[in-house]
Design a protein. Sequence first.
Lengths: 401, 188
Amino acid sequence: MWEQIRANQRRSVILITGMVVGLILIGALAGGAIVWPTGVSFGIGVALVIWLIQMAIYFGGAESLLLHGAFAKELKREDSPQLFNIVEEIQLASGLPFIPRLHLIDDPAPNAFAVGSKPANSAICVTTGLLHRLNRDELQGVIAHEMSHLKNRDVQFMTLAAVMLGSIVILSEIIVRTMRFGGRSRDRSESRGGGGQIQLLLFVLALIFAILGPIMAQLLYFACSRKREYLADACGATFTRYPEGLAAALEKISQANVPVSFAGKATAPLFIVNPLAAASDGPALFATHPPTADRIRILRSMAGASLAAYESAYQQANGGNLIGPESLQTDPATPIRPAADDEPIATRQEVHATALRAHGYVPVNCSCGTTIQIPADRTATAVQCIRCGTPLPIPPVIARG
Amino acid sequence: MSPVLIVLGVLFVIALGVVGWIVGAYNGLIRLRNQLENAWAQIDVQLKRRCDLIPNLVETVKGYAAHERGTLEAVIQARNMAVAAKGVADRAQAENVLSGALKSLFAVAEAYPNLKADQSFLALQEELTSTENKVAFARQFYNDSVMTFNTQIEIFPRNVIAGMFHFVRREFFEVKDEAQRNAPQVKF
């Protein structure tokens, strides 16, 4: 696995460097086109300032922003011991040196994602819709997929790449808008001669870069995103030794057909299955995820539970290589383990109760069989049962450990 | 510049490269070995945890199914053997026996609806199921690490470094012949 991670990091550095160079190039060209030659350094300056602002957001806790935006609540062990157990199991299987935190989103659409630029910030987020649909094997598969993203440093890389992409898009926007003014200043300087020719050339080049840059960056970003999804599937299947778990989970997630209410265009690549894409719409080149049907087919045609088995299944389906030869060299041939339990790990009601508990609600049980959920900001000390009218005491607020 | 200086310079650069490679290879092996030892420690933690959970489980089951004495005693005995076992191979053997005993205990529990509805039994069952999984996953990661480590110290040219610093092959955590171990003793 080390080789795989190192290869990923190498690719990350190449991509990020490429994007930084692109950013500076666009800035320099645009600056030069507007005022030659002093504008060049000014353009680079603007590009770097945009980049710095974006990096500040990235290092200043983009994950908490993301989790808050999705109304995710952190889970404690007592909320769902089984989910915590599954995470700990996969952590052991993956050899990840830290345990990510767990968050729950109260949403009927089944999905999951992982965030975290560094170990201390990393978290895996699941929806209530996911928990009541999947059995233990399938949930293991999903958690293993997300854990692979964390282990392979995909999350770190994709967030950084997203930051770079955002910077390039913003810069291009600025350039296209200022070109109108730039056009006027060009007319004036042209009469003075000298830099006129160069400026015209730069003007055209800047315009081409400003238009093509974001598209190219996006294509690169999406290509990386797709490859990393396949890789996370491969690692997830080897961690659990049970590819069918992840395959069945992907099938359930893609067939659920419940719209996700909390995903935006920017966060879509993070999810295990793209929450916005209705499977096949849009060209494959602009897809953040590989077609789910392909991912399922590859997982199901694996002859064993090793990386080599995934590699050969991948080659048969898509052609080309996915996993580096170094990783395959020390990859032990491992059989697929038998299936475990078949029941979903929790009922809809149980998952709902967990979500309420995570949001600070306290259940009060009445002897008539009714359960009343008291919200976190309670001030009353008693409540009347809504069914039989018995007054019930509300336990005092206890800080969640 | 005299040719002697040039030759010396070239030799120096080569020596620098060799030293750099040795440092890199050595550090890589150390990292693998630490990962291995950490993986072994993880197995140990999970096995200990399983042994700690068993007395509670036996007590809970006794409350509902006291006359399943044979099954309960088998579990206790297997647990005590696992606690006493020393060395990788012995340990693996004892733990596998314990896994089998626990499996039959949970199979027996199926016949007692009251036991199956007991909250503390359910919690214990979840904990033990998960601990079983954790043992399996930790073992799996340990064995993968052993495999990588053993390959790394044997392939050329790393084996030179491994020989120099006395890196030795590690043992896998597994039971070699499961069928033989489980075969019933038949006496005539």
